[in-house]
Design a protein around this ligand. Structure first.
Ligand code: AMP
Ligand code: GLY
Length: 430
């Protein structure tokens, strides 16, 4: 099987790595890929991942059997639709189904119809509605821009004025609409559900670290690290998520005539009243997807092809390695506000020598002199597996310490509390 992966980040690097390890996958092509992917697969230039004609041209040139679309933007832009219309097997939802990520109010409506547990929410288009919603739900306030905002559209605050200011900014956009939500207490979990339009399989859960600094200080980011499994979570959480969240959502999307084929990323808060959906995404998480995928033993190409062709029912249950996986993200100076590009990265070879670890490229490019330089906010994902979280953490941080990037920064507490047994679900004795 020949597989084309669309995208250029660490998530796509992890997908290419997983696909390459599947004996039934003969060739992996990435477009545009990145310098890390280039070492293990063929990279094809692609100026804009949302340009369906350009993606079709790459798929045709390589006569691929399966296309895996990594990021949300091309999915929301309908790239998967164009590929399907041309006869390709595609792992990634149609534009209509990707609205589960692209529109918070749409996701809320589907959850309500499917009976999925989530935060109470008010969709608002005027400041008067926002005021009323803030009064009704109380503090802490959660105000979410309705559209795709790359993790920057949500403000969670006790400060009513700050909530109102964010709301005003969202409503000032053309067609501005937002969602005011009930605050969900409790630790967050990411569960990646592989869907073929009617059936679902779930990967082992992961936890992501969204704030830039240790101890969850500073602003939200795309994610600074992650780990899997979650020793503190209820056993069989993935099965619970399939039964109570993913399957009802997939059934509702099917009923509407917009079946969901691809990864339904269920972002959960483990609240005192049980798990509640914080958000849906239409793709693997980044970097949280990387740790779930690192533990997946089921051959990835065969699995995604089965999902893309509506044959997940024939696939076995997913198998995961018992070991723990940890990822630590090395970010550029100034990330997330104003990341500095072009910094030379040293130590990649030394990091690659650390047993049990490997490095995924998130935002890099190869300079004319052949050196690898930073080209994005999140630059490298340092991955590690170990017998338990503590040993995977040690290995990841040993590898991170080999890397040099001027002004580069990373969190030092990824998976720390979990490895010490310090994470609690509110109101539970777990
Ligand atoms: P979202 O874009 O919906 O994923 O939100 C980004 C982040 O904001 C989440 O990962 C949470 O940390 C936080 N957040 C979103 N919704 C809520 C909520 N209802 N209660 C508490 N925190 C939230
Ligand atoms: N790490 C969070 C996300 O991928 O949305």
């Amino acid at each position: 099987m020949k597989v084309l992966v669309i995208g250029s980040g660490a998530r796509e690097h992890a997908l290419v790595r997983g696909l390459s390890a599947d004996p039934d996958v003969s060739i992996v092509v990435a477009a545009p890929g990145n310098p890390g992917i280039d070492l293990i697969a063929r990279c094809e230039p692609l100026a804009d991942v949302c340009d369906a004609d350009a993606v079709l041209a790459v798929a045709a040139r390589h006569t691929v059997d399966l296309v895996v679309v990594g990021p949300e933007a091309p999915l929301v832009a309908g790239v998967a639709d164009a590929l399907r219309a041309a006869g390709y097997a595609v792992y990634g939802p149609s534009a209509a189904a990707a609205r589960l990520e692209g529109s918070k109010s749409f996701a809320k409506e589907v959850m309500a119809c499917a009976g999925v547990p989530t935060a109470l929410a008010h969709v608002c288009t005027t400041m008067a509605e926002v005021q009323a919603a803030l009064d009704a739900l109380g503090a802490p306030h959660v105000v979410k821009d309705d559209g795709l905002a790359a993790g920057k559209g949500v403000v969670v605050t006790d400060d009513r004025e700050a909530a109102l200011a964010h709301a005003a900014a969202c409503l000032a956009k053309p067609g501005g609409q937002l969602v005011v939500e009930e605050f969900l207490d409790g630790p967050e979990v990411s569960v990646f559900c592989i869907c073929d339009g009617t059936s679902v399989r779930a990967l082992s859960p992961a936890q992501d670290f969204k704030r830039v600094g240790d101890g969850d200080a500073g602003p939200n980011t795309g994610g600074m690290g992650a780990y899997s499994p979650l020793p503190w979570a209820p056993p069989h959480l993935s099965d619970w998520v399939i039964e109570h969240i993913a399957q009802p959502t997939i059934d509702e999307m099917h009923r509407r005539g917009t079946p969901f084929v691809g990864t339904l990323y269920v972002g959960l808060a483990m609240t005192s009243r049980g798990p509640r959906v914080v958000e849906f995404n239409a793709r693997f998480g980044d970097p949280d997807g990387q740790v779930s995928l690192a533990r997946l033993l089921t051959p990835l190409g065969t699995l995604l092809y089965a999902a893309a062709t509506g044959r997940l029912d024939d696939a076995d249950d997913l198998h995961h390695r018992p070991e723990s996986a940890v990822v630590v993200v090395l970010a550029a100076q100034g990330y997330p506000a104003a990341p500095v590009s072009g910094g030379v990265i040293e130590g990649l070879d030394a990091a690659a020598q650390v047993p049990g670890s490997w490095v995924l490229h998130a935002g890099t490019r190869r300079a004319q002199d052949g050196r690898i330089v930073s080209a994005g906010g999140r630059v490298l994902d340092v991955m590690a597996v170990g017998a338990d979280l503590a040993s995977a953490r040690d290995t990841a941080y040993q590898a991170v310490s080999c890397l040099e990037l001027d002004g580069g920064h990373y969190r030092t507490d990824i998976a720390l509390a979990a490895s010490r047994g310090e994470i609690r679900i509110p109101g539970s004795d777990r």
